[in-house]
Design a protein around this ligand. Structure first.
Ligand SMILES: [Zn+2]
Length: 103
């Protein structure tokens, strides 16, 4: 779950600071600036929030939310990678189908 620190400049730091002021989760990350490491993470985050943030981060990186594999297929509607890899996409469809059957 640990991501590699990202090298940033002072200008980047300013934009991260703005995101922090807006309390945006986009500020979360590991950064290296002039040889110093800055880690921004949520304090006192509930497990649910943490999982949600983790899934969101995977999604933004185009990784399968379930297993972290790079998603190759793009959603034609949005032009963005799907939430799941082929395998988990099928699995999600299957469970949706069986949920419908239960009703
Ligand atoms: Zn997957």
């Amino acid at each position: 779950m640990a991501s590699k620190p990202k090298k940033i400049t002072v200008a980047d730091l300013n934009s991260i600071e703005k995101k922090l002021q807006k309390k945006s989760d986009e500020s979360i990350g590991n950064y290296i600036i002039n040889g110093y490491r800055i880690q921004i993470s949520k304090y006192n985050q509930s497990p649910t929030e943490r999982i949600r943030a983790f899934a969101k981060r995977r999604r933004e990186q185009g990784l399968c939310v379930a297993c972290g594999v790079k998603v190759k297929k793009l959603n034609e509607r949005t032009g963005l990678p799907y939430k799941y890899c082929d395998y988990h996409h099928e699995l999600a469809l299957e469970s949706r189908k069986s949920n419908v059957k239960l009703k």
